[in-house]
Design a protein around this ligand. Structure first.
Ligand code: FES
Ligand code: FE2
Length: 408
């Protein structure tokens, strides 16, 4: 069992922070006026390429839930890396990731986005076959390949590690272990039964906007009043939202329920996750596992939103639900309504993303000022530059590290 940082004293401290937020009349004394974020970070093609190469393609990224790979040979092909990545459960039950690229002449080894491989994955072009651990098993027409060393021709691996039932991949072979990367944030999640939560639902779609336009939206509650007047804003009191900044770009915002005794009527009768605290019950703790996994926890289940860049102007978005095991049989029919309710909130969120793409590409976008309550966005950008190496970011696009003293 990993250690939890969300112990009784932390719960009390976080509750007190919300109470302080509700009372404040300005930003805390000494908190700096944050410099504007340069607009080019949202529309400059060279910066997009730099960020993708040096940050996205070298960072640990959520890829799948173990329920998508139930048995040896189950695989998916994941499309949010530098190239298609095959994630497959081996004969030993381990889940591994490889570029979906045949070591002969580069054909895709798996031709569908999910399925179950038999004893071997056979490349459809010339018939090289790979075992379910990625090793080259046999080449066809062996008489022509007498000197080939199969041990050097296995599928090229990508880092693949698990946090609970969530599978993460990373294309940087030198990256720190996933557990170390997540440590500043996972300490507040480790008490939850992440090893046993099941995948309730997932849907993926394309949004016609830059990925940062989307991610920024999920890092602040400033938009609740106007975008979620009939939904989130009726439930949560944003005047009490407290913001927590942690290492490696991770962060959280904690919004209190408007009423202490409020329970989401759509969840009545659903089992609660083990070990929930007052934080999950009376607040909406919305975590961001840097860079792109938004995790707003509710006691009876976790809806997540993940976003990845596709092009400068398009993003992939996935909406996911995880919940305690419901045993045999289909999920509770209550889920349909609950998922639809959350989808409505997500639709409210992205209603601005697509029209914003044109307006952030406009000469009218000079720079982006961020308020005190939007400081998670600033923290996110600082981490991007830290990972790229600030000296490699063109001077006019840099974001200075002004928040160091506020990272807990
Ligand atoms: S490209 Fe796969 S066997 Fe030739
Ligand atoms: Fe929102």
């Amino acid at each position: 069992m990993m250690t939890s940082g969300l112990d009784a004293s932390t719960v009390t401290e976080w509750e007190a922070r919300v109470a302080t937020e509700r009372k404040r009349t300005g930003r805390p004394q000494g908190f700096p006026e944050l410099p504007d974020i340069p607009g080019g970070r949202y529309n400059d093609r060279a910066f997009f390429d730099l960020e993708r190469r040096e940050m996205w393609q070298r960072c640990w990224l959520y890829a799948a839930h173990v329920d998508q790979l139930p048995e040896p040979g189950s695989f998916i092909v994941w499309h949010h890396g530098s190239a298609p990545i095959l994630i497959i459960r081996g004969d030993d039950g381990e889940i591994r990731a490889f570029y979906n690229t045949c070591r002969h002449r580069g054909a895709p080894v798996a031709r569908s986005d999910s399925g179950r491989a038999g004893a071997a994955l056979v490349c459809g072009y010339h018939g090289w076959s790979y075992d379910r651990q990625g090793g080259l098993r046999a080449v066809s027409e062996q008489r022509d390949w007498q000197d080939i060393d199969p041990s050097c021709r296995g599928l090229v691996g990508v880092r693949c590690e698990r946090y609970g039932n969530w599978i993460f991949v990373c294309e940087d072979l030198q990256a720190e272990p996933l557990q170390d990367f997540l440590a500043p944030i996972s300490r507040y999640l480790n008490h939850l039964p992440l090893e046993t939560l099941r995948l309730v639902d997932r849907r993926e779609f394309t949004v016609q906007s830059n990925v940062k336009v989307l991610i920024d939206n999920f890092l602040e509650a400033y938009h609740f009043k106007l975008l979620h007047g009939g939904t989130t804003d009726r439930i949560f009191d944003n005047s009490g939202t407290s913001v927590h900044l942690w290492g490696n770009g991770h962060s959280m915002m904690l919004s209190p329920n408007r009423r202490d005794d409020w329970v989401d009527p759509g969840t009545i009768g659903m089992p609660e996750m083990a070990n929930c605290t007052n934080i999950e019950r009376n607040f909406n703790p919305s975590y961001n596992l840097f860079p792109n996994l938004i995790v707003p926890i509710a006691p009876s289940g976790i809806p997540c939103v993940a976003m990845w860049p596709k092009t400068l102007r398009t993003s992939a978005m996935e909406v996911l639900w995880f919940a305690p095991d419901w045993g045999d049989g289909p999920r509770d029919p209550l889920w349909d309504k609950r998922i639809a309710n959350f989808d409505r909130i997500v639709d409210e969120d992205i209603q601005f993303a697509e029209p914003m793409q044109a307006s952030v590409e406009s000469p009218g976008l000079r720079s982006i000022p961020l308020s005190y309550q939007e400081r998670r966005i600033y923290h996110w950008h600082v981490e991007v530059d830290r990972r790229i190496g600030p000296a490699r970011v063109p001077t006019h696009l840099r974001v200075a590290d002004e928040l160091g003293a506020y990272v807990e």
